[in-house]
Design a protein around this ligand. Structure first.
Ligand code: SOE
Length: 402
């Protein structure tokens, strides 16, 4: 796995973990923030080092390296993967390059972190999972970046479901709403083309809520019935580089080849029912991910716009006292919070990437499979494929392949 590393501390201390990142836009910036901050907040068995960042535009990637604190900049991801001073490759590119980069990085002996969705197709995700499983035998680890598992409140919700506080689950209701495509003049960026993004709101937002619902339920979906729609089919071509979720238009138009919105229902093997809505056309909703779980003994509700809170209803309390109550998830005994600020001081979106980095560093140092694994990412990909298949057949119930 690259050049042998000297540890510079006490006997038994593990060497630094040298990270190489591909991509420097929105997700690249978010992951950079995670890598840069994690060792300053958490006590880690290996100290992450921001070794090199890669992007095709030499000036832009150099600027990103300087801004985010990366030691070196590359313009060819193959050169980054080949570097001896990189132990882990973090993939923050559009979905069409995930498989190629991840397969090359695993073949080169690196650990891999790959942004969601794992791939653009089930076939790519299968190849990536097979490679990750083979690499695991060689001591390499691979994880998918479903960062919303790393909000303290969602991690607490998972613990509460596991403890049986909700009893058998009956309903999971989840929506992920944004509005940055409402304007029909918003240009046809890579996120609106099937060949680059794989799918639209479905893969971008639906992948998050499928993963979160399955993580909280503790089981995979068995099947889905779906509707998808593309509301605006022609858009102006992009006129230059896109940045985050914004872009400028050029002359000419092109065809949107992905869904704009996806609505689907799902069934778990346990009998629980779920509903999902993913859209970038929910006017006024900026990054509104909400999930509610109803079980035979209680309910939980989470809203990303109030991410330091978890609502809990204990259905076993006497009716006169029962009702949803707000748990302020900022106590040191809540997930991740012993390392942060005093109670009540709150975290935000970017901290999920710090927690993601923390969990991955621990898994690597301890040689255990981090979750969500590539196999978890593949399973989500199969749900997305079943949603597309069901939508094509006018909502016919479609079992999830195993
Ligand atoms: C755009 O819809 C986006 O940046 C997603 O791609 C991210 O995964 C999500 O966390 C925020 O919104």
């Amino acid at each position: 796995m690259g050049q042998p590393q000297q540890s510079d501390g006490s006997p038994g201390e593990q060497p630094p973990l040298r990270v190489g990142m591909v991509g420097y836009a929105f997700m690249g910036a978010a992951h950079s923030q995670g890598w840069r901050t994690v060792g300053r907040v958490f006590d880690l068995p290996r100290r992450p080092v921001l070794a090199a960042i890669c992007g095709r535009d030499a000036a832009a990637v150099r600027a990103a390296a300087d801004r985010h604190g990366w030691a070196a900049a590359e313009t060819d991801w193959r050169a980054l993967v080949a570097r001896d001073d990189v132990d882990l490759v973090d993939i923050c590119t559009p979905g069409d390059s995930h498989a190629e980069i991840a397969l090359a990085a695993l073949a080169a002996g690196k650990h891999v972190l790959c942004e969601k969705p794992l791939a653009n197709t089930v076939e790519e995700a299968e190849a990536m999972t097979a490679a990750a499983e083979a690499a695991y035998g060689r001591g390499q680890l691979a994880m998918v970046g479903f960062n919303y598992r790393r909000v303290p409140a969602t991690a607490l919700a998972r613990n509460m479901v596991e403890e049986g506080r909700l009893g058998a689950l009956r309903h999971i209701r989840v929506t992920y709403l944004q509005d940055w495509l409402v304007d029909p003049e918003f240009p046809l960026t890579w996120r609106l083309r099937k060949e680059t993004a794989g799918s639209g709101s479905l893969g971008d937002l639906g992948a998050h809520i499928v993963d979160l619902a399955q993580y909280l339920a503790g089981e995979p979906l068995a099947g889905v019935s779906a509707l998808t729609e593309t509301f605006v089919r022609q858009r102006p071509l992009p006129g230059g580089p896109t940045s985050g979720l914004s872009a400028v238009s050029a002359v000419g138009t092109g065809t949107v080849t992905v869904d704009d919105a996806a609505l689907f229902t799902g069934r778990f093997a346990s009998g629980a029912l779920a509903s999902f809505e993913a859209t970038r056309y929910a006017t006024g909703r900026k990054n509104a991910l909400r999930i509610e779980l109803n079980g035979e003994r209680g309910s939980l509700a989470f809203d990303l716009e109030r991410l330091n809170e978890l609502s809990y209803h204990d259905g076993t309390e006497p009716g006169a006292h029962a009702g949803f109550r707000r748990i302020l998830v900022t106590e040191p005994d809540h997930p991740y919070l012993d390392a942060w600020w005093p109670p009540g001081h709150g975290l935000g979106y970017e901290h999920t990437f710090v927690h993601q980095a923390r969990d991955l560093v621990h898994a690597i140092a301890e040689g255990r499979q981090p979750r969500p694994s590539f196999a978890d990412g593949l399973q989500v990909q199969r749900v997305l494929a079943a949603v597309e298949e069901s939508a094509e057949k006018n909502s016919v119930y479609t079992p999830i392949a195993v």
